[in-house]
Design a binder for this molecule. Structure first.
Ligand SMILES: NC(=O)c1ccc[n+]([C@@H]2O[C@H](COP(=O)([O-])OP(=O)(O)OC[C@H]3O[C@@H](n4cnc5c(N)ncnc54)[C@H](O)[C@@H]3O)[C@@H](O)[C@H]2O)c1
Length: 396
């Protein structure tokens, strides 16, 4: 018998929303998850209208409070298995807490929330209630990120000395927010975005990519957070020199004012034996440089274990991860689908009363989300002291 699809409820997604749509497509990728409900807009009337106009039937609610409260009275097969929170940053904490307290798993957009106090609460609550909680760091979902993680963490590049992890955009090079553009407006407002604009929005992705691939933590930062566009309150250019937990160093940098750049997220990791390079705008391959050898290019789905660099015994779960044949390009939506697919597996275990272990190996955990917020707060402190080396807080 085929599996009953998991039921997902959206928080956000109405009227011109951006990221709700890649997510809702990715939820439907495998036929094992479906969006069944939504609280799509802050105004209840518009929220219901938006739900009625959704491209397939969903149950609309006037608010996420209503959607979460209604869940307990629904027949078992209609109950939500998880909520997906795709609202601006200031509307992450409240629905996430309420969903967890109502016994609903949470998949939340990044950055996790507005500040460390909220992040502490979210981590502690998910642990106390033993509720699955994932954070949507999209780029971990590329198969090539999985492969990079394996290569670096298994020591094939030697000891990591230096990492350059970056996310460069140009869309906020002018005062776009003054035109009322939806995505720009809340991202430059400290009340709705948090303590950092560019750093919180995309610097957290660069940090997550570094931590995911290398397994290293940032221990201290020397931060320069700058604002190029006049009158903007938050940073639009974010350059952070970092000390890493193994004694190596890194640059985590992000910008939204580099005209012509689109979503240039990438990472270069240099170890004592070689360098790995990857860019999300060309996410189907990674390049490996070893001293005095020709460059090696590894394509998703087309690696050969035991080729003289990769060992014979590559991890079974990496090699078996569902994908389409190499050469049929995967990209952003596929990465999201891989995250939802892995989250689904943990939600199913949790619902069956089995042990689930969200260790950040398949998608970002709430602890990873916490680390993003801790990083931002530490950068803000360092930048205010003209880049003085500042230690990250202790893990919660
Ligand atoms: N993972 C990624 O690659 C990625 C990419 C873009 C955005 N994001 C994150 O996703 C989140 C949303 O960003 P976006 O660009 O899609 O924003 P957006 O402004 O396009 O969409 C936000 C949606 O939330 C809705 N909303 C706001 N308050 C609400 C409330 N109280 N109840 C119900 N709905 C409400 C809005 O109506 C809108 O539908 C942000 O946290 C952002 O950082 C992540």
């Amino acid at each position: 018998m085929s599996k009953k699809p998991l039921n997902v409820g959206l928080v956000g997604g109405g009227r011109g929303a951006f990221i709700a749509h890649p997510h809702q497509k990715a939820i439907h990728f495998d036929g094992t998850r479906r969006v069944v409900a939504g609280a799509l807009f802050p105004d209840p009337k518009i929220a219901l209208e938006e739900a009625a106009n959704w491209p397939y039937p969903i149950k609309g609610y006037g608010s996420y409070d209503e959607m979460i409260a209604a869940n307990k009275d629904l027949p078992e097969d209609q109950k939500l298995d998880y909520v997906l929170i795709v609202t601006p940053n200031f509307v992450h904490y409240d629905p996430a807490m309420k969903a967890m307290k109502a016994g609903i798993a949470v998949f939340c957009e990044k950055p996790l929330c507005l500040n460390l106090k909220e992040a502490n609460d979210l981590v502690r609550t998910s642990r106390r209630l033993n509720i699955p909680f994932g954070v949507a760091h999209t780029y971990l979902g590329h198969w090539t990120s999985r492969l990079s993680r394996y290569i670096v963490r298994s020591g094939l590049l030697g000891e990591v000395r230096w990492v350059d992890s970056y996310y460069i955009q140009g869309w906020l090079a002018t005062k776009l927010e003054a035109t009322g553009q939806q995505q720009a407006s809340w991202r430059v407002d400290p009340k709705r975005a948090g303590g950092s604009g560019c750093g919180g929005d995309i610097g957290t992705h660069a940090l997550m990519q570094l931590r995911y691939v290398t397994g290293l933590d940032v221990t201290q930062v020397s931060a320069q957070m700058e604002t190029y566009v006049e009158g903007r309150q938050l940073d639009d250019h974010f350059t952070i020199y970092c000390k890493l937990s193994n004694g190596g160093k890194a640059l985590v940098r992000a910008s939204q004012i580099c005209i012509g750049y689109k979503n240039d997220l990438g990472i270069a990791i240099s170890g004592t034996k070689g360098t790995l390079r990857w860019r999300q705008e060309e996410p189907e391959s990674i390049t490996i440089h070893l001293a005095n050898q020709p460059d090696r290019v590894y394509w998703r789905g087309a690696v050969t274990p035991g080729d003289g660099f990769l060992p014979k015994d590559m991890p079974a779960d990496l090699m078996a991860e569902p994908t389409i044949p190499s050469g049929h390009p995967e990209a952003f939506h596929d990465a999201f689908a891989r995250l939802h697919r892995c989250f689904e597996a943990d939600v199913r275990k949790w619902k069956a009363g089995e042990k689930f272990n969200i260790d950040g190996s398949k998608y970002a955990s709430v602890e990873d989300g916490w680390m993003g917020i801790a990083f931002i707060e530490t950068c803000v402190k360092s930048s205010a002291k003209r880049g003085a080396w500042t230690a990250m807080p202790k893990k919660v």
